[in-house]
Design a protein. Structure first.
Length: 179
């Protein structure tokens, strides 16, 4: 039984109840389709938005960016300056192909890295997909008082990340902003 005066309880009591999210899909194929005026779908971002809203949070921004280091950094810099955001989630570009540069683009902005997120995400993924879980470089960090999360682009990965970590984000935001 947790004590009513435990630090975790105190943090949760003061943590924001509603978080404001930005969702950024990193995808060359979707970006090319949009640029060319062709229809495209973004099942992963749609799923993330639905799950976030279902948990009582707000999606303020939905963007699409090419697998391009400079483009990703420009989007992140813009989002970090916004006062109306608490969490930025990058969906895609976390693997090992030459085009997967989300981690390299985002990580230099981290003031602190949440190492346990990537470790636990891969452990949970291992239970679902086996050894292929090592092919994800999912990560999370704190930048400008915001949680910045990078997850794989598949709908299953988005679901796994949000089902397991969404409830911890208000506590994380409270701690990141309370010093």
């Amino acid at each position: 039984m947790r004590g009513l005066s435990s630090p975790k309880y105190e943090h949760e009591k003061h943590a924001p109840k509603t978080l404001r999210f930005a969702l950024v899909t990193v995808s060359s194929s979707r970006y090319a389709a949009r640029r060319d005026g062709r229809p495209y779908t973004d099942e992963s971002q749609d799923l993330a938005a639905a799950m976030i809203i279902e948990h009582g949070h707000v999606v303020e921004v939905r963007e699409l960016v090419d697998d391009d280091m400079e483009g990703i950094r420009v989007v992140l810099e813009k989002l970090l300056k916004r006062e109306d955001l608490d969490v930025v989630i990058f969906i895609g570009g976390t693997g090992f192909s030459r085009r997967d540069v989300t981690i390299e683009a985002v990580k230099p902005f981290f003031e602190k890295e949440v190492e346990g997120f990537g470790e636990l995400f891969r452990w949970l993924s291992f239970g679902e997909i086996g050894a292929a879980a090592i092919l994800s470089r999912a990560t999370m960090g704190i930048a400008h008082g915001k949680a910045v999360i990078c997850i794989p682009g598949s709908p299953n990965a988005v679901k796994l990340a949000l089902e397991n970590f969404l409830q911890a984000l208000p506590h994380l935001i409270y701690i990141a902003r309370s010093s």
